[in-house]
Write a protein of this length. Structure first.
Ligand code: GCU
Length: 421
């Protein structure tokens, strides 16, 4: 081969790899793609009744997400025991009940425990409850000194004084900005939270956390279609739900599962798997959460699998730089939550999570809600910033960054007031 030909090939290959690595932040660069129709089965049958949705389409979509995106939970594990570690009937200046309950799971002579921190408003009976994970321990969400500090592995965080992967009192109250507890309790809602690292430490090592309890002999990695960390975190939310069902203080029929970012991905998957959740809130969940993978805007499947190889099942890696081959997209994950109320929230500056892709997902999921006579996003255009849509399928984009703010909670509470009271 002549040198110029070789050079051209080389330049072409280099430019290909650069363009693959470049993040798309320009609408004009979004590729053309087909939006898989939630109401047409893989075999081409059009779904026009809720019965057919539930019998034919929903199960095949759910199975697809299980086998190819988040991974299957290998076995059904029941709560082995629960233990009330601490309780107070006069928490938060006498406004709330506080409970700290440890759930324990055992299998194959191995054990895992995680602790639910629960606040219930004293002035409301059968309050609806927001349930969501936190990133750095239950003690970070409040200044409440009684909240127990987890001994589970944590990511380090200089700003929060977290070193050696160990949580200490130095980080107490560091995340109060993300948890509008007073607003929630005053509005008559409960709040339950769990440190996600207790269910599965967020590192590329699936030999610990809940995974290792369920390995068969000589297994130390999930199989190709078995669960990654997001599915493990979603599992933990369902186990909290098992506990709420046996706790007479909680109205298990009104649990709204909530999550931010990677924990928003987990909340969506939990809501899709477990129809006992009455509602679902995804806060800035982005790639592998609410936003559409095929747009490849912001974070892509290849990038997320590269940076967080443990989050999804191994099969999902088939779609790295290969979104066209995906038979589904994330709006169909949202559709699995129908007809239960669903709220997707974006932030203007959170382009990594692709706000428009998050909005489009809610819009394309809406046909399934409409089948149930529920109000989705219909023909609406993407709203302006800070102009929420509070239908059964709700959406807002607020000003600001990737975060959970008081504005977000104010919207969730308003929306919940119309759908859960
Ligand atoms: C990273 C990751 C996102 C994720 C986020 C988070 O930015 O790329 O997918 O949502 O972390 O969980 O904070």
């Amino acid at each position: 081969m002549k040198i110029p030909v070789l050079l051209t090939i080389l330049l072409f290959l280099v430019s290909m790899s650069i363009s693959k690595a470049q993040t798309i932040y320009n609408e004009n660069e979004v590729p053309l793609f087909e939006v898989p129709n939630p109401l047409i089965t893989f075999k081409g049958k059009t779904i026009s009744t809720t019965a057919d949705w539930e019998k034919l389409r929903r199960p095949e979509l759910h199975a697809f997400f299980k086998d190819n995106v988040y991974g299957r939970v290998p076995k059904n594990l029941k709560i082995d025991s629960y233990h009330i570690l601490e309780q107070d009937d006069n928490a938060l200046n006498g406004k709330a009940l506080r409970r700290q309950v440890e759930l324990t799971f055992t299998h194959n002579n191995k054990k895992l425990s995680f602790t639910i921190l629960l606040y219930l408003p004293k002035h409301v009976k059968n309050a609806a409850l927001f349930l969501g994970y936190n990133f750095y321990g239950n003690h970070t969400i409040t200044e409440d000194e009684a909240v127990i500090i987890s001994s589970a592995w944590s990511n380090n965080n200089e700003e929060f004084g977290i070193e050696n992967n160990t949580l200490t009192a130095a980080s107490r109250g560091k995340r109060t900005n993300r948890w509008a507890i007073e607003k929630i309790i005053n509005a008559g809602y409960g709040l339950a939270t769990i440190y996600y690292g207790e269910v599965d430490p967020d590192k590329n090592d699936l030999s610990d956390g809940i995974h290792h309890l369920l390995y068969s002999e000589n297994q130390n990695q999930p199989k190709l279609e078995e669960w990654g960390s997001i599915a493990a975190w979603a599992w933990g939310l369902s186990k909290a739900m098992d506990y709420f069902e046996i706790n007479p203080e909680v109205d298990a029929s009104k649990v709204i599962v909530f999550g931010h970012s990677r924990l928003g991905k987990s909340a969506l998957w939990a809501g899709a798997n477990d129809q006992r959740f009455a509602g679902v809130i995804s806060n800035n969940s982005g790639c592998g959460g609410a936003s559409m993978s095929k747009r490849t805007f912001g974070e892509t499947i290849a990038v997320i699998n590269e940076r967080f190889p443990h989050w999804f099942c191994t099969n999902f890696k088939e779609y790295n730089n290969n979104e066209g081959a995906l038979a589904v997209d994330q709006h169909q994950l949202l559709a699995l939550i129908a007809p239960r109320p669903l709220y997707v929230a974006s932030a203007k500056e959170d382009r990594w999570a692709d706000p428009k892709g998050e909005f489009l997902s809610t819009k394309y999921a809406s046909s399934v809600y409409e089948l149930y006579g529920k109000k989705g996003i219909g023909n609406m255009e993407m709203p302006n910033t800070n102009s929420p849509i509070h239908n059964t399928v709700a959406y807002h984009i607020r000003t600001g960054k990737h975060d959970v703010t008081d504005y977000d909670w104010e919207q969730y509470i308003k929306w919940a007031n119309t759908h859960f009271k």
